[in-house]
Design a protein around this ligand. Structure first.
Ligand code: SF4
Ligand code: SF4
Length: 407
């Protein structure tokens, strides 16, 4: 008799690992902040030691677009692998399996099961809130009875929705509510990986119905593919176990298209979606690597035309916009140099400006040239600051220094 280990131990390990990561991430601190948290008061996303401000959310949109295409690609190649192995709904349904089949006649056991599911719902509801309010702040406010109406309502609502889902809806969610399950039939093609019954060996089926009994959504996979299948592979293991007693291979398995066909990665739709996914990934990496803590834009201040003072100096005014995308206030140092050929110097006022974390600040800066040039010339503004660990090269911006009455 062949011993069968099956997919379930690996699948359970993947689901438990995922639950541990989701529960644990808010407790993981990087540079003094939760690894992943959206801070509502400052509209700032903390992501593994980086802070993204709301004005930079196009990066998040590109990241979401990348993950959408990645999921499309994975679905096209591996079907509902996400549903069976990675989906949080599947993980929670698995972790609350004790409530899946309440014993109708055992009131005490039913109450205990539902109380357990309620406890899990409370914990998962709080866990979702920790992605917005740090666990430390949450527990401090909870223990001092000062959660506030917003957190209390959000936590209550999440707990009720999760309890209804985990206690009553469970796997029916996948077949009825989940938009991904609705969408995927349009993504599958004839070579997408599916769990299927090997029709070529149908004569070997013992009609034991072990595959049907174990199926969480009550499908008989022998009758063909069903959109309700969550790709959990329980039927694969059940059949393999039965047939192992006769030293034969199971009749249900993962197949790329029809049983007997091989993996076909070089399909036109796969190549197309791969190209888009790869392009988005490259774009995202370029965006992330080119991100600067501090940015500056220089424009002439039109409400202060260039002028010559009585002692012959020329003054220009500029509107300089600063954007501090870091987590700390920065003391910004400004300097300006005329075109390389010129020997004149330029004095700026003010030359030092404080920009708070996340602040968009516009300041009027006066530039004074002592030796009057004959024509309008180009000035290069240089911005530097003490960035601490996240060092950044000085920023250079060019602007025109206008001489009154000259072209
Ligand atoms: S048919 Fe098999 S893989 Fe699909 S849901 Fe049922 S047991 Fe899981
Ligand atoms: S478990 Fe295998 S042998 Fe038993 S009914 Fe299902 S397909 Fe047939």
């Amino acid at each position: 008799m062949t011993t069968i280990r099956g997919f379930q131990p690996y699948r359970r390990a993947a689901l438990v690992l995922q639950a541990v990561i989701i529960l644990g991430l808010p407790f993981l601190k990087i540079r003094g902040e939760s690894a992943v948290r959206f801070d509502l008061p400052s509209l700032r996303l903390h992501f593994f030691g980086r802070a993204l401000w709301i004005q930079e959310f196009f990066v998040v949109l590109i990241a979401l677009l990348f993950f959408t295409f990645l999921i499309l690609l994975v679905t096209l190649l591996f079907g509902r692998i996400w549903c069976g192995w990675l989906c949080p709904q599947t993980a929670l349904t698995y972790l609350t399996e004790f409530a899946g089949q309440p014993a109708a006649k055992n009131l005490i056991r039913n109450i205990a099961s539902y109380a357990g599911v309620f406890g899990v719902s409370l914990l998962v509801g709080a866990n979702l809130i920790w992605y917005f309010v740090t666990p430390a702040e949450f527990f401090t406010r909870l223990l001092s009875d000062n959660l506030g109406p917003a957190i209390t309502w959000a936590w209550s609502l999440l707990t009720i929705v999760l309890f209804a889902d985990l206690a009553f809806i469970r796997h029916r969610f996948c077949a009825t509510v989940c938009p991904y399950s609705r969408m995927q039939s349009t993504l599958f093609d004839s070579r997408t990986m599916v769990i299927a019954f090997d029709m070529q060996r149908s004569a070997e089926c013992m009609d034991c119905a072990a595959c049907v009994r174990t199926c969480p959504v009550g499908i008989d996979i022998r009758k063909g593919l069903s959109p309700a299948c969550v790709s959990c592979a329980q039927c694969v293991d059940a059949c393999a176990e039965r047939l192992a007693k006769k030293d034969r291979q199971g009749l249900i398995g993962y197949f790329f298209g029809l049983p007997g066909q091989g993996i076909g990665f070089m399909r036109r739709n796969v190549l197309l979606v791969s190209a888009v996914t790869l392009s988005l990934m490259v774009f995202l990496v370029l965006l992330a690597s080119g991100r600067q803590t501090l940015d500056m834009t220089v424009m002439p201040a039109h409400n202060f035309p260039p002028r010559i003072t009585t002692d012959g100096k020329i003054i220009n005014a500029y509107l300089i916009a600063f954007e501090n995308r870091g987590s700390n206030a920065l003391q910004v140092h400004l300097s300006a140099l005329p075109a390389p050929a010129s020997q004149t110097s330029i004095a700026l006022n003010p030359a030092t400006i404080m920009v708070r974390a996340g602040e968009h600040k516009t300041a009027t800066v006066f530039a004074e040239m002592r030796d009057v040039p004959q024509h309008n010339s180009t000035v290069t503004f240089t911005l530097s600051a003490d960035y601490g660990a996240a060092e950044q090269k000085p920023l250079l911006r060019k602007a025109v220094f206008a001489v009154p009455g000259k072209p």
